[in-house]
Design a protein around this ligand. Structure first.
Ligand code: AMP
Ligand code: MG
Length: 421
């Protein structure tokens, strides 16, 4: 049996970062940029106003106050998206809306609040006007002017290769006028459930049978890590069926099976993996999840990593969290970011008496007055999936330690602190 760390090292050694592809920008959230994004634009393209008001020559407003307003001749008005062709001369002003380019000759914007303007109509486009406005306050040169290129300059590297795209990055890509971008491809993960007892959700229930939960929980994990799950369905406990089903999923980037890897008579996945590919290891010193087979199947010159997860639903999810998540991160070109861990006081005793393996206990972690505390999320049997659903964290009882008493401190891996418990 190998340690969790060694198992992860061996898995990552067999997993490679995928190639780049062009994708529409509304579909790249969380993917990694495959190249630098260099701007071919200056943004904003022209100096423009940050406020609705009047474009003026600052010098003309000198000495203006509520008591002694300065009158200016309004020669036109201008909305965002249009250009005012004429220059603003001495004693003149242009009524202007946020985002509209500063007309030539003007060097400051006086907001409506500092004028006698009370009608707040929005001009349509750019037109000439003949009226007057009273300025109540002196404007400093450059007041409320946003410079051309204040955001992005032409030729600038705006986003760097290797960055995981966040919502603001999507906005920046759109601001550059880009409809698509080159990103590291998302991995396709084939998922196969094995077991004579399994039924597909939606099928009528039958005595003695259970519904396949692994394929669905694992699909959801794959999606949450950024991968694309492809369910291959259910294979019975027969070498022929498992082989045929797995062969149908070999165009994926990773194969994931559940069940059929422990020492029982019907543990066919290990047998298939031994026949069709190479087994690297098949037990890890952890609970839940000891029977975890890992290897690869070579097809069409490609070596496809295969994670043979345990059948018990909690074991399948916990092992995929620990090993599948970093594998998907690496395939997506992301830095390997482990889940955050915190020290927490446990309110319940956590026991694994007689079992020296490292224990990942499903628990509920919460921060009270700045300190973390945890309690068990329910029964800790490997088949008790409902307590996994209640949990937002895993308390890690180190190898060799069999009891963490209530009131003691334990290290806790936070899985999802945003989700309400
Ligand atoms: P096995 O690894 O085949 O010995 O399975 C261990 C336990 O997990 C058994 O109780 C199985 O019924 C259960 N199990 C296996 N596969 C699934 C699955 N896809 N969904 C839910 N439970 C499963
Ligand atoms: Mg079985």
């Amino acid at each position: 049996m190998i340690s969790v760390e060694e198992a992860l090292d061996r898995i990552l050694a067999l997993v490679a970062t995928l190639e780049a592809e062009d994708r529409a920008i509304d579909d790249v959230l969380g993917q990694v940029l495959a190249g630098d994004v260099v701007s071919h634009l200056t943004i904003p393209p022209l100096a423009n106003t940050a406020m609705d008001g009047y474009a003026v020559r600052a010098a003309d407003t000198r000495g203006a106050s509520t008591e002694r307003p300065v009158p200016l001749r309004v020669i036109g008005e201008l909305a965002a998206g249009y250009i005012f062709g004429d220059a603003v001369g001495d004693g003149e002003a242009v009524r202007i809306m946020t985002g509209a380019p500063i007309p030539p000759g003007a060097d400051a914007i006086v907001p409506f609040e500092e004028t006698n303007e009370d009608r707040r109509g929005v001009p349509s486009g750019s037109q000439r006007l003949e009226s007057t406005v009273s300025i109540f306050k002196e404007a400093q040169p450059h007041a409320n002017v946003r410079d051309a290129g204040e955001d992005i300059r032409e030729g600038e590297t705006v986003l760097r290769k290797g960055k995981a795209i966040g919502p603001a990055d999507v906005g920046v890509l759109a601001s550059l006028g880009l409809a698509s971008v080159s990103v590291v491809r998302r991995p396709v993960v084939s998922i196969l459930s094995t077991g004579d007892e399994l039924l597909k959700p939606g099928d009528p229930h039958q005595p003695g049978r259970i519904y396949d939960s692994n394929a669905w929980g694992l699909s959801a994990l794959v999606k949450s890590y950024g991968g694309i799950p492809r369910r291959l369905g259910i294979a019975t406990d027969s070498v022929e069926q498992v082989t045929a089903a797995l062969r149908g999923g070999l165009d994926a980037d990773m194969l994931v099976t559940s069940a059929g890897v422990s020492r029982g008579d019907y543990d066919v996945v290990k047998e298939v993996l031994a026949r069709e590919g190479d087994i690297d290891f098949w037990t890890v010193r952890m609970k839940p999840g000891k029977p975890l087979a890992f290897g690869s199947i070579t097809s069409g010159g490609r070596r496809i990593p295969h994670l043979g997860l345990p059948g018990n639903p909690v074991s399948a999810m916990v092992t995929f969290e620990l090993f599948g998540r970093p594998a998907i991160q690496k395939m997506m070109g992301k830095p390997l970011t482990p889940r955050p861990t915190v020290e927490a006081t446990t309110q319940d005793a956590i026991t694994t008496v007689g079992d020296p393996r490292r224990f990942y206990a499903r628990c509920i972690a919460e921060q009270v007055d700045g300190r973390w505390r945890v309690r068990l999320a329910g029964g800790q049997g490997s088949g008790v999936l409902s307590s996994m659903a209640r949990a937002n964290a895993l308390a890690i009882v180190p190898e060799g330690k069999e009891v963490v008493e209530a009131g003691e401190t334990v290290r806790v891996m936070l899985l999802d602190t945003e989700r309400p418990i």
